[in-house]
Design a protein around this ligand. Structure first.
Ligand code: ADP
Ligand code: ASP
Ligand code: MG
Length: 402
């Protein structure tokens, strides 16, 4: 007998038919004598629809109220799934995040799990219940509902698997595994059998939304092995774990992120401390800066360009306006018609020419590179948004099509 944690994403429970199918997957494992804990996302586009509803009433709704609102999506799906399981003749109980013991910080909209007090979940399991938990949500020290950020149900699942020391943590979704690139965007994308946490974390952070990056970070920290698999077709998925066979594999995957905006501050003084002042102000406003480029100083001035997530553009703009008071510069410009394309692979650390091969593929496709950044296991380029699909396919095929 094993303890199995299963997470189902929004598409997997989008209507009654899909819920019944998911209930069957769950009960098939339960029937074999396993304990089963399920984490579920809101149905289909529910979360987006709730965001739209708030936008009809306010341009700037409070983050606390947004979390209260968005958590409703998962309340619906977890109760419906428990109802479907009961209808099949099995014991099931649904629990909201707070009932399942998810204690978070108070960073509404992007809360982090501080502790998971799983006594209630354990008690329900000992009563032979299938436990269905609303993903993506918790409670803070003020007893307010919080949410974990978009895609956060993955993290809920990994947290439960870590605390309960589950034997298996399965992330069911609408594709049958992790691919070398988003299979909906890249024609020749190939399914990956096994991928290391470090590579999956980079891919997820750089735009492969198949797993939420915080969930991978947590899985790595607690050694929770994950399987990403289809909720529609019954076949093996992709295993995400610590060590995988890296032989001959330089690049594990390609990711693309359209949630990017570029900022350029032009004509800054070329003196010590300028970069500190710029990025310190952005850090104070909690803006996540990614690619940074500083020009060589000329005639006493220099330019600094950087990218931020598009949804933080407003905050970043405010931070730069703020700087105007105590920092001289000519002007600043922003461009949100850009995308970030990245190649990721732990093997590239020890090999030459990987970046050059990526640039060659872009050159062959006549795609201009606006910015470049590298780390041991990734190379990212900033390109025009309109070039995204072509670039994604060209770079992917350069590495994965013989
Ligand atoms: P869920 O609702 O189940 O959490 P998501 O929409 O969050 O599902 O994630 C699944 C989607 O991730 C897929 O439909 C696919 O388009 C996208 N995706 C992006 N990159 C990849 C990749 N490298 N491998 C597989 N899927 C990917
Ligand atoms: N329902 C939330 C979202 O759409 C959380 C999740 O699906 O993981 O982002
Ligand atoms: Mg998701």
């Amino acid at each position: 007998m094993a303890l199995i944690v299963k997470k189902f994403g929004g598409t997997s429970v989008k209507d009654a038919e899909r819920i019944k199918h998911v209930a069957k997957i769950i009960t098939d494992d339960y029937k074999k004598g396993n304990d089963v804990v399920v984490i579920v996302s809101a149905q289909g586009d529910t979360t987006d629809d709730l965001i739209d509803k708030a936008a009809e009433l306010s341009q700037d709704p409070s983050a606390r109220e947004m979390d209260m609102l968005l958590s409703a999506g998962e309340q619906i799906s977890c109760s419906l799934l428990a109802i479907a399981i009961s209808q099949m003749g099995y014991n099931a109980v649904s629990l909201l995040g707070w009932q399942a013991g998810f204690k978070t910080d108070s960073n509404y909209g992007s809360a982090r799990i501080k502790k998971l007090e799983a006594e209630r979940v354990k008690a329900e399991l000992s009563k032979n219940n299938i436990v269905v938990i609303a993903g993506f949500q918790g409670i803070n020290k003020y007893d307010d509902i919080t949410t974990l950020g978009r895609g956060g149900s993955d993290t809920s699942a990994v947290a439960v698997a870590a605390v309960l020391k589950a034997d298996l943590c399965q992330i069911y979704t609408d594709v049958d595994g992790v691919y070398t690139a988003d299979p909906r965007k890249v024609k020749n994308a190939k399914k990956i059998k096994e991928i290391a946490y470090s590579e999956m974390l980079e891919l997820a952070t750089l735009g492969a939304q198949v797993l939420n990056n915080r969930s991978v970070e947590m899985a790595s920290k607690y050694g929770v092995e994950l399987e990403v698999l289809s909720s529609i077709e019954d076949k093996p998925g992709t295993i995400v774990k610590e060590k995988v066979n890296m032989e001959k594999i330089l690049v594990r995957g390609v990711a693309c992120d359209k949630n990017v905006a570029r900022f350029s501050i032009i004509g800054l003084q070329d003196t010590p401390g300028i970069a500190f002042k710029v990025f310190n102000e952005l850090a104070k406003q909690k803006v996540n800066v990614d690619i940074i480029l500083q020009s060589v100083g000329r005639d006493g001035t220099k330019d600094i360009s950087f990218t931020v997530p598009k949804d933080q553009e407003k905050t970043a703009r405010k931070a730069i306006e703020e700087l105007k008071g105590h920092l001289q510069f000519k002007t600043f410009e922003t461009d949100d018609s850009v995308a970030k394309l990245s190649i990721v692979g732990a093997g590239m650390e020890t090999h030459h020419g990987v970046a050059a091969k990526m640039f060659e593929a872009l050159y062959d496709a006549n795609i201009n590179i606006q910015m470049i950044s590298t780390s041991e296991i990734r190379v990212s380029v900033l390109i025009a948004l309109s070039d995204t699909d072509r670039a994604f396919n060209a770079v992917h095929d350069a590495f994965f099509e013989k």
